[in-house]
Design a protein around this ligand. Structure first.
Ligand code: SF4
Length: 217
């Protein structure tokens, strides 16, 4: 049976909001409606040094130093079932104090870019949810941006090995976030014409695409 589609909202409004969230300006506002798929998907949650309020609500033994990050950066892991240890009775037990990465996470980035949606995706629960989102397009310009997002995502998928080492995240959600960040380069252009701009942009960008949560190994 095909799962019921979910209303993802107006595409243009969503895109402005998610770009702001990925740039560190505010959080996402996902209509999760009881879904906890991303909390059950074996994800390491990065906690930044200034997140003192969040840290005060997480038992210290659940945090460990983030590899290859400066001192003070931590990760919150997951249990043997891939569940966040702060998920209690199928709800976030520290919701008001949840990590910044959780506030910014939005599985609609997968729906918008087409990344991480396959049946055999490394996060099947999130993929199942993301496949159900349907955006509304108010203007032809929104359709153009949607196409440029998908073109940027396909380009990153096809050329990850040719671009500077480490510039293209291996996992779908941060890769989708990067596609959102560079999609302007594909607006009204063939992918080959956007390629030079992509290489310049990726050299200038920090390696981690914001604080999007990354799946575990
Ligand atoms: S997978 Fe998506 S809808 Fe489900 S809890 Fe995470 S962000 Fe919300």
């Amino acid at each position: 049976m095909t799962a019921r589609p979910l209303d993802a909202g107006d595409f243009g409004t969503w895109l402005v909001g998610i770009q702001q969230a990925l740039d560190g300006d505010g959080g996402s506002d996902v209509p999760c409606d009881g879904c906890t798929a991303c909390c059950r998907s074996s994800q390491f949650i990065p906690i930044e040094p200034d997140e003192t309020e969040t840290r005060s609500h997480i038992p210290p033994e659940l945090l460990f130093p983030a590899p290859r990050r400066p001192e003070g950066h931590a990760l919150l892991g997951y249990d043997e079932h891939g569940r966040c240890p702060m998920l209690v009775d199928d709800a976030c037990s520290i919701y008001e104090h949840r990590p910044r990465a959780c506030r910014r996470y939005d599985c609609r980035v997968l729906a918008a870019t087409g990344l991480g949606l396959a049946e055999d995706a490394d996060q099947p629960l999130v993929a199942e949810r993301a496949r159900r989102w349907r955006f509304a397009y108010a203007t032809p310009g929104d359709r153009d941006r949607d196409e440029s997002l998908r073109a940027a995502a396909s380009y990153l998928d096809d050329h990850a090995g040719d671009l500077p080492e480490g510039a293209v995240p291996a996992h779908a959600a941060p890769r989708a976030a990067l596609a959102i960040g560079i999609h302007d380069l594909f607006l009204g252009r063939e992918p080959d014409a956007a390629a030079v701009g992509v290489a310049v942009e990726l050299r200038a960008r920090p390696r981690a695409a914001g604080s999007v949560r990354r799946p575990g190994p």
